[in-house]
Design a protein around this ligand. Structure first.
Ligand code: CP
Length: 351
């Protein structure tokens, strides 16, 4: 059985296959209309969502299947203190595949350890959002025709923007890709993402969006993630750090692809929406087709043996990340991989 927790759970060949299947679904949706007849997708959303939850629902229904779950954990027994592990044990007895979103980093890893069915990470805190990345990749492929050799500007909240972390992980595996990181000092990319995927030859950091725009093939704007800030005054100070508008696009390439995982707040002015290079609504629409391809693929892989996790128990280390599932839920073993917490990827500290 295969789960999707981190985009790196898939090889580039698997990603190419998903993108090709999604393109085939777009061209001939009728062919897939009964592919999941009689099957059930569980959607467990412990955090708000419009696109991810509804596109997963639409994806499963378009494959002939059904959907059950919750969009507000307060309406489930989570409100009585039930853990992620126990919730998943139960829901995996009622479903064939589960998509879950949780505010704590690593929650889908805990889920995959006890689930009888494939787990899809639909966003875990500020950590990863691999299915958004699949939608991003499908959009890039359909709009620009390639992944190799692209210069990608990532602008806004690169610290808490989980879609950015997953996109860098995926795109850094393609030949000649360069990243231009555009963020205020307080919202720079976390070190664990930088050290794993970036090196002196494939990225630069730049403060000015206007200066970066002419060099870019893709401009990936992001929202400042209000819900991750402990200090609301700091959010107010940073929230409008970068605003893309039509005037700022004057020096941009004709072929630029402007992406945003959405929802947007102020970071893209509405006067950009009718620019032919504004691809963010297509990106959200494509999310439905790539999630159809993903459901089909994971269900196809259900009979295969599950790959063993590489992480090990290390009694000498502790995870101090307050956003990690292992620091807040009872009964989770402290697992580490190369000194980093196996749930949130942050560096472990000596006890
Ligand atoms: N892009 C994205 O995850 O949107 P939602 O929060 O609406 O699901």
């Amino acid at each position: 059985m295969k789960h999707l927790i981190d985009i790196l759970d898939f090889t580039t060949e698997e990603i190419d296959k998903l993108v090709a299947t999604a393109s085939d679904i777009i061209d001939d949706p009728k062919k897939y209309a009964h592919a999941c007849d009689g099957m059930i997708l569980g959607t467990l959303f412990y955090e708000p969502s419009t696109r991810t939850r509804l596109s997963f629902t639409s994806a499963m229904m378009s494959l002939g299947g059904n959907v059950l779950g919750f969009s507000d954990a307060a309406s489930s027994s989570v409100s009585k203190g039930e853990t992620v592990a126990d919730t998943i044990r139960m829901v995996s007895a009622y479903t064939d595949i589960i998509a879950m979103r949780h505010p704590k980093e690593g929650a889908p890893i805990v889920a995959s350890g006890v689930s009888r069915v494939p787990i899809i990470n639909a966003g875990d805190g500020g950590h990863f959002h691999p299915t958004q990345t699949l939608a991003d990749l499908l959009t890039i492929k359909r709009k620009l025709g390639r992944f190799d050799g692209l210069t990608i500007g990532l602008c806004g909240d690169l610290k808490y923007g989980r879609t950015v972390h997953s996109l860098i992980a995926a795109m850094s595996r393609y030949e000649g890709v360069k990243f231009v990181l555009i963020a205020p000092e307080e919202l720079k990319l976390p070190d664990y993402v930088k050290s794993e995927f970036l090196h002196s030859g494939n990225y630069e950091e730049i403060a000015s969006l206007e200066e970066a725009i002419p060099t870019l093939d893709v401009l990936y704007m992001t929202r400042v993630q209000q819900e991750r800030f402990a200090d609301k005054a700091e959010y107010e100070r940073l929230k409008d750090s970068y605003i893309l508008n039509k005037a700022k696009l004057s020096g941009a390439k004709e072929t630029l692809s402007i992406l945003h995982p959405l929802p947007r707040v102020n970071e893209i002015a509405t006067d950009v929406d009718d620019d032919p290079r504004a691809h963010y609504f297509y990106q959200a629409e494509f999310g439905r087709y790539i999630r159809m391809a993903l459901i089909l693929y994971l269900i196809e892989k259900k009979g295969e043996p599950t790959k063993k996790a590489e992480a090990t128990l290390d009694e000498t280390l502790t995870c101090t990340n307050p956003h990690c599932i292992c620091t807040v839920e009872r009964g989770i073993k402290p697992l580490f991989k190369n000194g980093n917490c196996a749930y949130c990827d942050q560096k472990g500290e000596k006890k």
